[in-house]
Design a protein around this ligand. Sequence first.
Ligand code: ATP
Length: 350
Amino acid sequence: MSYLELSSLQKRYGNAVAVDDVSLSIERGESVALLGPSGCGKTTTLRMLAGLVAPDRGAISLDGTEITRLPPHRRNMGYVFQSYALFPHLSVARNIAFGLEERGVGKREITNRIEEALALVRLAGLGLRRPKELSGGQQQRVALARALVIQPSLLLLDESLSNLDAKLRDAMRHEIRSIQRSLGITTLFVTHDQVEALTMCDRIAVMHRGRVAQIGSAEDIYERPATRFVAEFVGRANVLPLARDGQGRATVWGQSLPVDAAADSDLFVRPQRMRIVPVSEPAGGDTARLTGRVLRSVYVGDHVEVLVEDGGHGQLTVEMPSGTAVPADGAEVAVVWARSESRIFAREAS
Ligand code: ATP
């Protein structure tokens, strides 16, 4: 049995199923992201873990003990909200002390632990300030210190960084990750931001419509998406409609391709896994190849996006590293990629 087990959790609101049969096994010290679009059930799952929402069905166990019906204050979990949720009238130190006072920890120990927690989040010396005298990033550090000071069995982060500007968010991601690792604290965090999931966790659970569509390392999810939804949601993909020619061979844009295609399916290829070569260059044995015309190129800093179309059939995007020679608009080109980079998913009934 893993340190944290979620077994077939379900939560309905009226007729709507917010969380539908979620099962997860998380090891001690692991950091796992719940990643998914708005409304897929991430926050509801986290709130069930914290005891803020009661599941209709299923069970949660932590360190071998079932906690499904335990009230929040008996779960020993640190929860960091998007809004920080600090007490505005209390000093930073008193905010951090709150959970310790509730637990009846002695005064001297509280003082020591506040000092330690402030140092951990790099706010030493700011204990006497009020939250409004701090920047957003500093307030979020106080919220983190408050969650960590109780030495929680589980740290829960709910979109905790989304109020920060891009640069600060990036710095905080690395900082939280290194604190999480150094303390060895089991962490679950909710995000709809892929980069956040990739930088802050050991494994990602991609959620879709109240279910876990796939759980795995960042590489598993990106390189071997289990479902069409995961392939579309994580990273970018060209989605090319597959058809069959008279001999039953797979075609895209009326051109045959060396892939095994089922009927009513689409071929997925990541734009950065495709290359543009001269039309005269023959395809190798393990290479898939389509010809088309460059519609336009867009320079986006670290790479160039080249849009290639085939007269009326469709378009695809190739990502080329900046600094490489980009073909002119209107040029006839061949787009090639390793066959192993192709993923095929059934077309969804709409
Ligand atoms: P977001 O990223 O937007 O926060 P989420 O993935 O965290 O989304 P949840 O907040 O878990 O999603 O919501 C899942 C579904 O349950 C949504 O359709 C939402 O509208 C619904 N829902 C959540 N809380 C309640 C509630 N208290 N009452 C009724 N419906 C709710």
